[in-house]
Design a binder for this molecule. Sequence first.
Ligand SMILES: Cc1cc2nc3c(=O)[nH]c(=O)nc-3n(C[C@H](O)[C@H](O)[C@H](O)COP(=O)(O)OP(=O)(O)OC[C@H]3O[C@@H](n4cnc5c(N)ncnc54)[C@H](O)[C@@H]3O)c2cc1C
Length: 393
Amino acid sequence: MSGIVIDHDKCIMCGLCVPSCPFNALEDQGKIIVNENCKVCKICIGVCPTGAISLQEEIKEAVDKSIYSGILVFVEHFDGEIHPVTIELIGKAQQLAKTINEKVNCLMIGSDIQESADSLLDYGVSEVIVYDDPAFKYFKVDNYANAFEEAIKYLNPSSVLVGATTTGRSLAPRVATRFRTGLTADCTVLEMRDNSDLVQIRPAFGGNIMAQILTTNSRPQFATVRPKVMDAALKQSRFGTLTHKTLDPIRRASKIKINEIFEKASELDISSAEVLVVAGNGIKDEAGFALCEDLAKALNGTLAVTRPVVERGYYSYLHQIGLSGRTVKPKLIINCGISGAIQYTAGMNQSEMIVSINSDENAEIFKHSDIKLVGDVYEIIPELLAQIKGGHN
Ligand SMILES: Cc1cc2nc3c(=O)[nH]c(=O)nc-3n(C[C@H](O)[C@H](O)[C@H](O)COP(=O)(O)OP(=O)(O)OC[C@H]3O[C@@H](n4cnc5c(N)ncnc54)[C@H](O)[C@@H]3O)c2cc1C
C-alpha cells in the first residue's frame, strides 16, 4: 500500500508537520511517527523544510488484462426464486459484453437449484456455474464467498456484477477483497471501454456529481447495481451450458449458525408499483396529500414522497424515492410539487412515463419529464381526477 514515510536522518524535529496534519496522523514521540489516521493527503510533505517526508508509492505490476475475459453475474435468489435484479444485471452485462465481444456467465449458489439455474439459459447466458449443495440452502456470507472465489478463479472474468441488495452488499466486498481489487457500489450507469475497463458511474458527494470510477490495474472489476436501475434481459434462444461445481468440505462449512427463521412482515414496497404519484415539498398540507392519495387511488397506484416530506413527518421513509430512499421504475410516475434535485431524480429517472406538475415553468424536474404541467397542484390534481372519472375531456 502507498503511504507517508519519514526519513529520520533528514528530519530535524522542527515540529512543523505535526500541527499541519488535519487528521492528527503525525505524532512527536521523540521522533515523528505516522499513525493509522493518515489519509495520505500529502499536506505534511509540503510543509517539511528538509524533504524528510515523502510518499512511498506501492509499485504494482501491470495487470495482464488479456487473461481475464467475460462478465460474471451473481445470481441472487431465495429458495431458487431468482431476484429480478439478476435479470437486470444479465441485460446490462449483455450490452457491455457485446462491445468487447465477450461472454456473459452467471454464478448461482444454493440448494436444490438445478431448475432455476437452468432457467437462466433462457436469457442467452453462455455458462451458469452452479454450486448446488445443502450447505448453501441459506445465504451465509462465509461459505458463499468461498464458492464465489472459486468460481472467479475458474472463469477469470474481467468484470463481476452483483445486485446492490442486502445480500449483494455484504457478499461483493468480501469477495473483491480476496482479489485485492476495486469495487464500486450502487452504480447507476455502466459503460465498457475497448480495453475491457468498466466505467462505473455513480452519484458522489451527496449526489452533486456523477463520478466515473475505473479499476485500471486490477481484475476482476466489481460493481454493485441497485434493483430497477437497468433494463431486464429479454428471453432468447438457448445456447449456454450449466457447469456443476463443488467445494471441499472445509470451504463449504460455515461458521454461521441459523437458529430460527422468521418471515419478514410485509411492508410497503414502492419499487414494485406500476403507477406512482409522488408528493413533494410543494404539497403544503393534509388537503394536498389527500389530493395526491386520491390521484394514486384513481390510477390504481401507490403514493410516494420526496425526502423533505418524510422529514416533515407526513410519511415514513418507506415512501421515499431517491438516493437515500428507494429506486423506482414504474410505468407511470406523476411528480406533484417536486423541484427535481439530482438526489431525487437519480431514484426515478428510469421510469417509463414521467409526468410532472410544478408552478415554476423553469423547474429542473421538467428536464426529466415526458409531460409537463405548469401550474398549481391544488388546481391541476382535481382537474386530472375529474378527467379520470370521465367528467371532462
Ligand atoms: C446526501 C443527500 C441525499 C438526499 N437524498 C434524497 C432522496 O433520497 N430523496 C429526495 O427526495 N431528496 C433527497 N435529498 C434532498 C434533495 O437534495 C432535495 O432537497 C429534495 O429532493 C427536494 O424535494 P422537493 O422537490 O420535494 O422539494 P423542493 O425542492 O422544496 O421543491 C418543491 C417544488 O414544488 C414547487 N411548488 C411549490 N408549490 C407548488 C404548487 N402549489 N404547485 C405546483 N408546484 C409547487 C416549487 O416550484 C418547487 O419546485 C438528499 C439530499 C442530500 C444532500
